[in-house]
Design a protein around this ligand. Sequence first.
Ligand code: SF4
Length: 232
Amino acid sequence: MPRESKKSKVARVTEFCHRMDELYGNEPSALDWRTPFQLVIAVLLSAQTTDVAVNAVTPELFRRWGTPEAMAEANVADVAEVIRRLGFFRTKSEHCVACGQMIVSDFGGEVPRTMDELCRLPGVGRKTANIVLNKAFGIVEGIAVDTHVFRIAQRMGLTTAATPLAAEQDLLALIPRELWDGVNSEWIRFGRATCTARIAHCDACPCEDLCPKRPVRHGAGKAKKPTRRRKE
Ligand code: SF4
């Protein structure tokens, strides 16, 4: 098979992004948060667990330690007790308290607004930093590549990278910058509903015509075909 040109990939992924935006662009954030600090904590907690599970523990967590100052003073064991239903709760509780302490000591109590500074916070990597910059501050510096985005990019033939971090660079080179901000939240929803980890429901996929992986893994067609709609 001839290698696909970059121009062709750009056209495919651009159309894919537009369709994702039509499908999921109006849906609110799945995580509950009110301040940039609470978003940092909520995203940090969401690793290896569901947004629903995170939203179940954050009301109590934020009631007791909803600011960097309060979290900096928290006892790690107390935080762990509140979030113990989440995977890796011990490590996450340590990161929560250490994040609060660093934000207070190094950033004057304000969540920093640059990628480099955010990535200094304990437990915060490029994926989390991208989400915080985008959702809390409207700053788009990259694309948060989680397991769903990574899988879809691979199936769509947009990357051959071995890690999400490396895949982000491939996506940044292909997706027009003005579309970066929707990729994480919209592709995650698509990855949960249709292009799932267990099986790709290609028969129900609204982007089947854009995807070279279509013949590889045929879904059982159990996923409901999403209805595309125009944004207001
Ligand atoms: S055609 Fe199949 S593999 Fe491709 S994006 Fe759609 S569900 Fe995923």
